[in-house]
Design a protein around this ligand. Structure first.
Ligand code: ZN
Ligand code: ZN
Length: 351
């Protein structure tokens, strides 16, 4: 079969891989949908591509090319030895929690394999991902896809949308409050969608008018263009001078992080979700003397992934609308070229 590989310097190649066969504890999925995630761009733009990126992030891997795609969704087509039929029935519609760890530490036992200290595999970065017709994963990474959700929706929940849901849960955000979401890429737009479904007033912040227009379509009550207006002023104006209750920072930019902190109300909560870069906080005025809670949130565990899918199914959250572009595998180079401009919604490969 062919798989999409990030080979470095914005190059995407379709390379030949053997069809996977399941070993002990493993299953093979026929991939139906494989999402494009904002964090793919770091790998796509890097010098050495996937293997070099994995080494730089301390994620291990043996330096060989791996198939990209860490938002897998499909159906079970083969089971290896030691996998119970009831754990992975042939034909079951499933998502993948795209990490594997030691399987025995407290993080792994709680479904947080990505926090394992024993060395982890991140599918799509250090292990073969889902931008291919078939994917082999340990059976314990499977999360059932509820019937009303499409395979594309399951792909989104497998990273971007699940990450937004996980951050909202980390913040303990009740309905009826106001949340500002900095960055309206796939994760931020998901936060806008989910926040609205939870009864939250949403203020979307971005520097792209295209993305702010999308946010408005997804139910944002207000939008702020941080490239043309001062977001701290605007967010105070939109909250009667009080500042915002909850703020989620999805862009990973230093200035957006400090703007989020300075736009929070006293006793407010700020959650960092966007990866990379740094931030300088003037601790007394920015944080202590306003009793802020500043937290970080990295994706979700297997339980949270299932909870996100159940929420989306029960509240009829239009997750599919996140995808502004669908592609065939052969269009991968063009797909990432467009995604790299960061003005569109999300893309998905359908098989
Ligand atoms: Zn991702
Ligand atoms: Zn572990």
């Amino acid at each position: 079969m062919q798989g999409v590989v990030f080979t470095g310097n914005r190059k995407v190649e379709l390379l030949e891989f053997p069809d996977p066969t399941p070993g002990p504890g493993e299953v093979v999925l026929e991939i139906k949908a494989s999402g494009m995630c904002g964090s793919d761009l770091g790998v796509y733009r890097s010098q050495g591509g996937g293997p070099a990126m994995a080494a730089a992030l301390g994620l291990g891997g043996d330096g060989t090319a791996v198939i990209a795609g860490h938002e897998p969704c499909g159906v079970v087509v083969a089971r290896g030895p030691e996998v119970l039929e009831k754990a992975a029935p042939i034909g079951a519609r499933v998502m993948v929690h795209h990490y594997d760890g030691c399987g025995t530490c407290s993080h792994c036992k709680q479904g947080w394999a990505q926090l394992c200290k024993g060395g982890i595999t991140v599918y799509g970065i250090t292990g073969d991902g889902a931008h291919a017709p078939y994917m082999k994963v340990p059976a314990h990474t499977l999360v059932a896809l509820p019937e009303p959700l499409s395979f594309a929706a399951g792909a989104a929940i497998s990273c971007g949308t699940g990450t937004a849901f996980g951050a909202i849960k980390r913040m303990n955000m009740p309905g009826g409050t106001t949340m500002a979401v900095f960055g309206q890429g796939p994760v931020g737009l998901s936060a806008t969608l989910l926040g609205k479904a939870m009864g939250t007033r949403i203020i979307a912040v971005d520097i792209s008018d295209e993305r702010l227009a999308l946010a408005k379509q997804f139910g944002a009550d207000e939008t702020v263009n941080a490239g043309t207006d001062d977001p701290i002023d605007m967010l105070h104006q939109l909250t009667q001078g009080q500042g915002v209750d909850y703020l989620m920072e999805c862009s990973g930019k230093s200035d957006a992080r400090i703007n989020a902190i300075r736009s929070a109300k006293t006793w407010g909560t700020v959650c960092f979700v966007g990866e990379g870069n740094d931030v300088t906080i003037d601790v007394s005025p920015d944080m202590l003397r306003r009793q802020l809670t500043i937290i970080g949130s990295w994706t979700f565990n297997t339980i949270g992934q299932g909870a996100c899918a159940a929420f989306c199914a029960q509240h009829e959250v239009p997750v599919d609308d996140l995808f502004t572009h669908t592609y065939a595998q052969a269009e991968a180079q063009a797909a990432y070229q467009l995604f790299d401009q960061q003005t569109t919604g999300k893309g998905v490969f359908l098989f």
